[in-house]
Write a protein that binds this ligand. Sequence first.
Ligand SMILES: Cc1cc2nc3c(=O)[nH]c(=O)nc-3n(C[C@H](O)[C@H](O)[C@H](O)COP(=O)(O)O)c2cc1C
Length: 250
Amino acid sequence: MENLLEQYRYFLKDTIRQTIDFRLTDQRKGVTPPPVEKPYDVNSNRIDLVPKENFHSIDNIDLISTIQNRRSHRNFRDEPLSLEELSFLLWATQGIRKRADEATAFRNVPSAGCRHALETYLCILNVTGLDMRIYRYLPLEHQLLVISLHENLPEDIVTATFYQSFIGKAPVTFIWTTIPYRMEWRYHIAAHKVIAIDAGHVCQNLYLACSAIGGGTCAVAAYHQELMDKLLEVDGNNEYVIYLAAVGKI
Ligand SMILES: Cc1cc2nc3c(=O)[nH]c(=O)nc-3n(C[C@H](O)[C@H](O)[C@H](O)COP(=O)(O)O)c2cc1C
């Protein structure tokens, strides 16, 4: 047991960096970098989101009181989010600030080596104008990609989160996957700790951004890995769920 604990504690240290021969990473070997966004079939159904310039109903809130009042919310009003509000939350958590080159895009959150090895899926139950289904955010296009339809989506997501029932009542649940290779390409076995750290930044921006729409969120790290991966139709190895957050009006 002690060994096992040591092993897991080791994961949080940066000792691993000293064991890597960085001349052998895929980046240094000249391997083509992975795309900044997971590729998709351009013929699939996509929905335009509201661009930042048209965020007219988002409150210009005070940062100090927003930080001071931050807390997790698990009870939401039975009210939809608007497409503008959802667009704002997506922009705040994964929106792209600047495209540096084909392999690099700076976003509104920081990321180790600017690798941004996360994808955002949404379980949408109540957003005005959108069907109840799973979507994926396309940050480069600022669009939603329509993924899958589930007959019993509220029940399925509750089951996949070990029966945390408030998630089945949240109008939107953000579900973040990682595509680890995007970070491994640069950092090899030092990639995984920083992927987890990156996810924290994203969710913290969601907490703060929710305040500007009269909303709230609760981070969720307890979920059934296989069921959640299946819900999003990801393979569980090259891409898998690492974190969630339920969002609604409070
Ligand atoms: C990494 C992480 C995982 C969490 N997982 C869950 C969870 O699975 N279910 C839940 O109800 N709350 C979860 N929470 C919310 C915490 O319970 C909450 O942040 C904590 O109780 C402190 O409350 P506060 O956020 O209101 O300050 C999680 C929070 C974090 C940061």
